[in-house]
Ligand binder design. Structure first.
Ligand code: M6R
Length: 357
């Protein structure tokens, strides 16, 4: 039930801090340490390469998950769009582990891959919000998102839940290998939950920014570098699926290799700057498009902000920024859809779960 909320999407965006706390609680043992079934951690440790298979928003979560698993657990990861993998399987490593990320657990493209890699005898793990779903039943192992039902077609809380569970999987694997982490993930995810609350309380400002940049435009470009690139892909998908604005996410340095030809007077550019290592270079990319007339909206993280920025998100651990930087993107899309009189929860041509290949 959406209660007093006008739309499920807004309710589900607002639920993210609670979901974060629930995930921490569900994955903690009596000593307060994060824990995951030993067979799953063994499967991680036995594999020489992880293959993440997913579609849409879950694919975008997989891209961030790759960062977590490679940086924290130090296992190489490939991320594949499910519908491509089925028809164009890459050369596999000797001991692959397949991770399927799916909110619904019913996505036919992902299931097709699951069936074919099981036939090859490979280990499989599904990360899903729906216990007993097809992908959960058919995989060797399951990790649940505990996000509660997601009704809006545009996925929001499932994305941040997927990131949280992937970070926990990476952390527990790293600890099983006795790696020194240098941070306490329970503590850092708690900071993330608090930061999410601050962002959910910033709706008025984000509505205002959305009106200024997106209410009448035909198109919009999102740019970011490093992990911010993966988040802007998700920001662009959110915007296009519910507001029907043509939106694309790009790696900041890639625009000048072609897409910059599309920049006209007033074209909105949403730039994300949460990573110190690329803060100056992404701002350089913004200058390149401003020189061609673009209208820039820079979203940065506290500590990295500059005078020209439109919106500043609270500071969290640098690996975990996608969990919060996506929230202004979700809200920008939500308000753009509202301002343009679109059906926020049930956008045209889309179904909540895509059960045909
Ligand atoms: O249920 P799944 O996570 O497998 O669904 C995958 C995509 O169909 C889904 O994320 C889709 O892209 C959403 N509409 C995005 O908001």
């Amino acid at each position: 039930e959406k209660g007093t909320y006008p739309h499920y999407m807004l309710k589900e965006i607002d639920e993210q801090p609670l979901v974060m706390r629930k995930i921490i609680q569900m994955y903690q043992n009596d000593q307060g340490e994060l824990t995951i079934e030993p067979e799953i951690i063994k499967a991680m440790n036995d594999s020489d390469r992880v293959y993440i298979i997913a579609a849409g928003t879950s694919y975008h979560a997989g891209l961030v998950g790759k960062q977590f698993i490679e940086k924290i657990a130090k296992i190489p990861v490939e991320v594949h769009v499910a519908s491509e993998f089925s028809y164009n399987m890459p050369l596999l490593s000797d001991k692959p582990l397949f991770i399927f990320i799916s909110q619904s657990g019913e996505t036919a493209d992902s299931r097709a891959v699951l069936v074919s890699v099981k036939e090859l005898g490979h280990r499989t793990l599904t990360i899903t919000n729906v216990p007993g779903s097809t992908l959960s039943r058919e995989a060797d192992y399951t990790l649940l998102l505990h996000a509660g039902p997601e009704i809006a077609v545009a996925s929001t809380k499932a994305y941040t839940a997927q990131l949280a569970v992937l970070s926990i999987l990476a952390e527990v694997t790293a600890k099983s290998r006795n790696y020194i982490l240098g941070f306490d993930l329970v503590h850092e995810l708690g900071i993330v939950a608090n930061a999410m609350e601050v962002l959910c309380d910033s709706k008025e400002l984000i509505e205002h920014i959305s009106r200024e940049f997106l209410a009448v435009t035909r198109n919009a470009f999102f740019i970011g570098r490093a992990v911010d690139y993966y988040v802007v892909l998700e920001g662009a998908l959110k915007l296009k699926e519910i507001s029907y604005i043509q939106a694309e996410g790009f790696a900041g340095g890639e625009l000048k290799h072609g897409t910059i030809a599309l920049i006209e007077e007033g074209t909105p550019i949403i730039a994300l700057a949460t990573q110190e290592s690329v803060n100056l270079s992404i701002r350089g990319n913004v200058k390149e498009v401003v020189a061609r007339g673009a209208n820039p909206c820079i979203i940065s993280m506290k500590g990295l902000e500059m005078d020209e920025d439109c919106f500043v998100i609270p500071e969290v651990h640098e690996l975990l920024t996608p969990l919060i930087s996506v929230i202004p993107m979700q809200l920008l899309a939500y308000y753009a859809a509202l301002h343009r009189d679109c059906d926020v929860d049930k956008p045209r041509n889309l179904a909540k779960s895509v059960t045909v290949e």
